[in-house]
Ligand binder design. Structure first.
Ligand SMILES: Cc1ncc(COP(=O)(O)O)c(C=O)c1O
Length: 464
């Protein structure tokens, strides 16, 4: 129902009964300013006062004001109010269109790739480090085994078996500086064994492709569909190794279907090729028990790779490989040449963190928190922008948002930046993308206190 409200002496006709209250208010104010009805220099009511008048949330008014400030229609000085901005004359007497706003600082970040860093369990991590370091003999602080500390490899073997069904003893594990180094070590070994081509999913991190090519290996692009990587000839017959994200394809968010898992293992058996399983977020599944690691189907043909970058923090630079027995020595040698071994101090802490049950507790807490965040994302989009579809399974730390086919993905990302919201388009992960416009939203990234604001900006960006 449209009603008329006097704002700074000017009538605004507003329908505040729908779901797009902010957009309605914003466009009414924009019209009033651009038509000159709200004249330059007129002071607007405070967001609190206007919100009370209109019977809407203060944030809604504040967000509408911020947007119009960003567009150049209004000016604001922190603590002293909001005015209609000066508009230079065009020379023909009419108001000049607002200049493109300078990029707003990033206030909200929904790019994928990071867990909630503000949820890092600092106290428990420090306590585990103190306990581990107090108990560690002096000799353990010298140069160590390139594969990693025995106590960490034992803790990891137990954890991976319990949580992901991985078949590996401590003797199969090599601790690395995250997945990035793990992939580099495997690439080095593959190259030294004479491999030339690695199959890599067509959607994924450019960084991972670069790690492969930096080792003088060619990347063969594997198409991805709703069942995950399409493991068909001629692509797979050209590759000596396949890099896959079976639990949750990054970034499309689909699991590798059962028939494709079988196919991957069959390919490895038939060709003697190696499958590298990037299990970057395998612990986070919300709609069912996680599918176990592919590695368990063929421990002699699949390298399992895990990381603390999603479960704890990327800054730790901790990752691990569970290797076929025949690869351990060569990978350990590559690790020795790369950096002798991963920091003993971080290894001691992680070993204690896992052994004490803190790791399981932390992962459980994160799982609950991320599941809630994902649910809120889905609910907000369904309510405010039903034409945007969340695809992929309920898992991990990111979701794929399919935009209507005629949407300009880059324009959406740019518009979000104008709201201080950092977003990433699907094309970042495959410049030849032919799936259509989409966003890869990292719902775990913002700290708790700004998640509501981030969702509001996302919906506002998508409704514009
Ligand atoms: C698909 C994928 N694999 C692996 C990783 C982890 O990499 P790292 O352990 O080097 O931080 C990430 C992190 O963003 C990722 O998105």
């Amino acid at each position: 129902m449209v009603r008329t409200w006097a704002v700074s002496g000017v009538d605004l006709h507003l329908d505040l009964t729908g779901t797009r209250v902010r957009a309605t208010l914003e466009s009414a104010l924009r019209e009033a300013v651009s038509s000159g009805r709200l004249a330059e220099g007129v002071r607007l009511p405070s967001s609190r006062a206007l919100a009370a008048d209109l019977g809407i949330a203060r944030n809604t008014v504040a967000d509408a004001y911020s947007q119009l400030v960003a567009e150049g229609w209004l000016t604001a000085r922190s603590g002293s109010g909001t005015w209609v901005a000066a508009r230079p004359a065009t020379g023909r007497g009419g108001p000049k269109p607002a200049a493109a706003p300078p990029p707003a600082p990033v206030r909200y970040d929904l790019r994928p790739g990071s867990p909630s860093l503000s949820s890092f369990p600092r106290t428990a991590w420090l306590a585990a480090g103190r306990r581990a370091l107090s108990a560690a003999p002096a000799e353990s602080l010298g140069y160590g085994d390139p594969r990693g500390l025995p106590e960490l490899r034992t803790a990891l073997a137990g954890y991976l078996s319990r949580a992901r069904g991985v078949h590996a003893g401590p003797e199969h594990i090599v601790v690395c500086s995250g997945f990035t180094q793990a992939l580099g070590l495997i690439a080095r070994v593959l190259r030294s064994r004479g491999a030339a081509n690695v199959g890599v999913e067509a959607y994924g991190h450019r960084h991972h492709r670069e790690v492969v090519t930096a080792h003088d290996l060619r990347v063969v692009s594997i198409p991805v569909d709703d069942d995950g990587a399409v493991l068909e000839d001629p692509v797979v017959s050209r590759a000596e190794a396949l890099l896959l994200t079976p639990a949750h394809q990054f970034p499309l968010g689909v699991p590798l279907a059962a028939h494709r898992r079988t196919r991957a293992v069959q390919w490895a058996h038939d060709t003697g090729g190696l499958v590298v399983e990037d299990d970057y977020d395998g612990e986070f599944r919300y709609d069912r028990q996680p599918v176990g690691a592919l590695q368990a189907l063929a421990p002699d043909h699949v390298v399992y790779a895990g990381t603390a970058s999603k479960s704890l923090a990327p800054g730790l630079r901790l990752g691990w490989l569970a290797l076929p027995a025949g690869l351990v020595e060569e990978v350990a040698e590559a690790k020795r040449l790369a950096d002798a071994h991963t920091s003993t101090f971080e290894q001691l802490t992680l070993a204690e963190f896992i052994a004490s049950g803190d790791y399981d507790r932390h992962v459980r807490r994160c799982r609950t928190a991320y599941r809630r965040r994902r649910d809120r994302l889905v609910t907000a989009l369904r309510r405010e922008v039903p034409e945007v579809r969340v695809t992929g399974v309920a898992a991990g730390l990111h979701a794929l948002l399919d935009l209507p086919p005629d949407t300009d993905e880059d324009a959406v990302v740019a518009r979000a930046a104008g709201h201080g919201l950092a977003l990433e388009g699907l094309r970042t992960y495959n410049p030849d993308d032919d799936r259509g416009p989409a966003l890869v939203v990292g719902y775990a990234t913002p700290p708790d206190h700004s998640y509501t604001g981030a969702l509001a900006r996302l919906c506002a960006t998508l409704t514009e």
